[in-house]
Design a protein around this ligand. Structure first.
Ligand code: C2E
Ligand code: CA
Ligand code: CA
Length: 443
């Protein structure tokens, strides 16, 4: 199904390959003047393989072409973009004024390239890593500059940081994953990992009905690693089970403490779909609930739609067992996967969570509004709760309410916050007492 003949594809084919990149870099280095810096940014698109498998090669091809075009749009006429591997690019930045400039350029590429991408009604949030090297600081030959940018890139991929400059890299060549595993284990042990909580409200009553637990990791040198990245790392390094067990424990402990002031309020924990294959999962969930003496219905497990759909038959058993235990199941990022109605009917889920890419643009884009309405209608027909994720303003809340959406979770209600901030937020927030509509109408 690969589409080879699109104009994008042709533009991609015209980019220099790794050899061409080395030659161009060589020319830039030897032609550079006293005091000038030549920067090199190595770039890797992380999720192409998954996208090819889950959404098809045409989406993967379009994404790689889109990344090339976005990178291109950030360049000066003298900069050179090369395609150094199937999922890798390099940008040569000649004649720069200072050593910090390549890093600034990488930050610009990151911002531009990670904007969400839409292709044939499919949405993808690109995930990229960047490694930066500079001449003369890090090396004065093209070969070494390329090598150093690669070392920095590998460290970015492994450490979960988006951009790494060679100058700040650990010099020991191939840092084994064991080091990351230790950092993670230590993070769990030493409370470098914490949960933040984001409220979910009922749009008709305005009551807070639950809070989603979202993990946060700040490393001991003060760097905060985005959850999207450390979750992926944890999955790759066999650490997702300890991480999830830690989050069950921490989330249920908080939920237990809320019951005196917010009786019946539930907690949602994100469950990585790889754990659906874990034979002990139901027992572990049950033990955690017993430990905190909470009824199962106060725990919602959020699992992404695309992950469930890509292993639907094997997920079904695990979902069934969890459902029998009494926990609520939510299909997260709904609308971005491939749910067929036949499967949706079979899945023992209680909730659909509309992905925030649709909610983001629903007031300005007809197509997104139609998708939101379709998911709301689908949920109603199947007797499921429907949560809109990511409303950032009150107009969106009003529109969602009028469309029949029952619940919302987004910055307009509250950003994710540490557990100790919840009481203060509740005190100041109108959401617990008034209805969503009357709150907005009273403005
Ligand atoms: P998610 O499950 O889709 O979580 C919602 C994400 O949307 C959160 O990002 C939240 O901060 C963000 N969000 C909520 N409302 C708004 C809004 O109005 N506007 C915008 N722009 N964003 C909003 P966060 O915390 O960065 O989490 C990202 C993802 O990382 C989560 O996406 C979830 O898939 C994953 N994740 C986080 N914690 C855990 C965890 O403990 N375990 C697992 N397996 N995954 C986790
Ligand atoms: Ca979630
Ligand atoms: Ca989501």
């Amino acid at each position: 199904m690969e589409t080879n003949s699109t104009p994008h594809r042709d533009a991609l084919d015209r980019l220099a390959d790794r050899d061409g990149c080395r030659q161009a870099l060589d020319a830039c280095v030897s032609g550079s003047h006293e005091g000038e810096v030549v920067g090199l940014v190595a770039i890797k698109l992380e999720q192409l393989r998954d996208i090819n498998l889950e959404l098809g090669y045409d989406v993967g091809d379009a994404l790689i072409a889109e990344i090339a075009s976005r990178l291109h749009s950030c360049l000066r006429p003298t900069d050179i973009l090369a395609r150094t591997g199937s999922t890798e690019f390099a940008v040569i930045l000649p004649a720069l004024a200072g050593t910090g400039v390549p890093l600034l350029a990488a930050q610009k590429f990151l911002r531009r390239c990670t904007e969400s991408f839409k292709f044939n009604a499919r949405r993808v949030k690109p995930s990229l890593s960047f490694g930066v090297s500079a001449c003369p600081e890090d090396a004065t030959t093209a070969e070494l500059l390329l090598h150093h940018a690669d070392v920095a890139l590998r460290q970015a991929c492994r450490s979960g940081r988006e951009i790494v400059a060679y100058g700040e890299c650990e010099r020991s060549e191939d840092q084994p994953n064991i080091q990351l595993e230790r950092a993670f284990e230590a993070a769990i042990d030493q409370s470098e990992l914490v949960l933040h909580f984001q409220p979910k409200i009922d749009l008709h009553t305005g009551f807070v009905i639950g809070l989603e637990a979202l993990s946060r990791w700040t490393t001991d040198d003060g760097q905060s690693v985005p959850p999207d990245r450390f979750i992926k790392l944890a999955e790759r390094n066999g650490l997702i089970l300890p991480l999830t067990l830690w989050s069950f424990d921490a989330a249920l402990r908080e939920c237990q403490s809320w019951q005196s002031t917010l009786p019946g309020v539930s907690v949602a924990v994100n469950l990585s779909a790889t754990l659906l294959a874990e034979p002990e999962l139901t027992d572990l969930v049950s033990q955690a609930l017993n430990l905190w003496e909470l009824p199962a219905e106060l725990l919602t497990l959020e699992i992404t739609e695309s992950a469930v759909m890509s292993h639907v038959e094997s997920s079904l058993d695990a979902l069934q067992r969890l459902s029998e235990l009494g926990v609520r199941l939510s299909l997260d990022d709904f609308g971005t996967g491939y749910s067929s109605l036949a499967y949706l009917k079979k899945l023992p889920v209680d909730e659909l969570k509309i992905d925030r890419v649709f909610v983001d643009d629903m007031l300005s884009t007809d197509e997104d509004r139609c998708i939101v309405q379709a998911v709301v209608d689908l949920a109603q027909n199947f007797g499921l709760t429907v949560v809109a994720e990511g409303p950032e303003d009150e107009e969106t809340i009003v529109a969602l309410t009028l469309m029949g959406c029952t619940q919302a979770q987004g910055y307009v209600v509250a950003r994710p916050m540490p557990a100790e901030a919840i009481a203060g937020w509740l005190e100041a927030s109108p959401w617990k007492v008034s209805t969503g509509l009357s709150k907005v109408a009273s403005k």
